[in-house]
Write a new protein. Structure first.
Ligand code: CA
Length: 241
């Protein structure tokens, strides 16, 4: 597994590289945002937010426009707002300095496992799965079609089906809501299902992802916030029926 390490502090970079190599990863290290954008992204990106040439958030956004590679943000900024922004920009997880190496490896394994599971079901290597019944894999909610096997989401607008470019987390969240359209999912259920049961981040993260999905669906009415409870998915009343 190849890690792209984006870290400008030479002592942190070299000790982290050594530890990662010792744990069996291959590591490509760059020290600036521009180098990160130009580099081979590998299987997972570890991105320090405090870089000399660019803001880490801009690097995150730039990577996200070309790739769904898992991104783990490494930050010394512990403020909640920064954390939310990091995730809203498409990072999959974050660690706050100082962090334990074991914690970091656990997070790398978690995000890459999820990404590989998504890629595996989308790839041709899984043609043997074609025998199975597809009905559980495809959820249709009005003009919205979610295919869990291929991780594709399409939305029909004016008779034309367009594919939505969702991040892995956005896909999981939308897919979870679509399991039971109209039913309210609590924030806790969403966090446990889409992130991890041991997630300790702010629940505002859910709002950030909901906002991202609404934007991509082009109508905020798709996901209704139920005050004090959570969210539900439903077909917007205007323009689709
Ligand atoms: Ca730094």
């Amino acid at each position: 597994m190849q890690v792209l390490l984006v870290e400008d502090d030479p002592s942190i970079a070299s000790s982290l590289s050594d530890s990662l190599v010792g744990a069996g990863f291959s590591v490509v290290h760059v020290a600036t945002g521009q180098e990160a954008i130009d580099a081979d992204l590998g299987d997972v990106v570890l991105l320090d937010l405090g870089l000399p040439d660019m803001d880490g958030y801009d690097v995150c956004r730039a990577i996200r426009t070309v790739s769904n590679v898992p991104i783990i943000v490494i930050t010394a900024r512990g403020e909640e707002l920064d954390r939310v922004l990091g995730l809203e920009l498409g990072a999959d997880d974050y660690v706050v300095k100082p962090f334990g190496f074991r914690e970091l490896v656990a997070r790398i394994r978690a995000v890459t496992r999820r990404a590989h599971a998504a890629a595996a079901v989308a790839g041709p290597a899984n043609d043997d799965r074609d025998d199975r019944d597809d009905s559980d894999d495809i959820v249709i909610v009005g003009p919205l079609r979610i295919d869990r096997r291929t991780h594709r989401v399409t939305l029909e607008v004016a008779g034309v089906a367009g594919e939505l470019a969702l991040t892995p987390k956005e896909f999981e969240l939308l897919s979870f809501l679509a399991d039971d359209p109209g039913a309210v999912r609590t924030r806790t259920d969403i966090v446990e299902h889409v992130w991890d049961a041991n997630w300790f981040g702010p629940t505002k993260t859910v709002d950030a992802h909901v906002a991202g999905i609404r934007r991509k669906l082009g109508d905020a009415g798709w996901i209704e916030a139920v005050r004090g409870v959570g969210f539900r998915l439903e077909v917007p009343s205007i323009g689709t029926e």
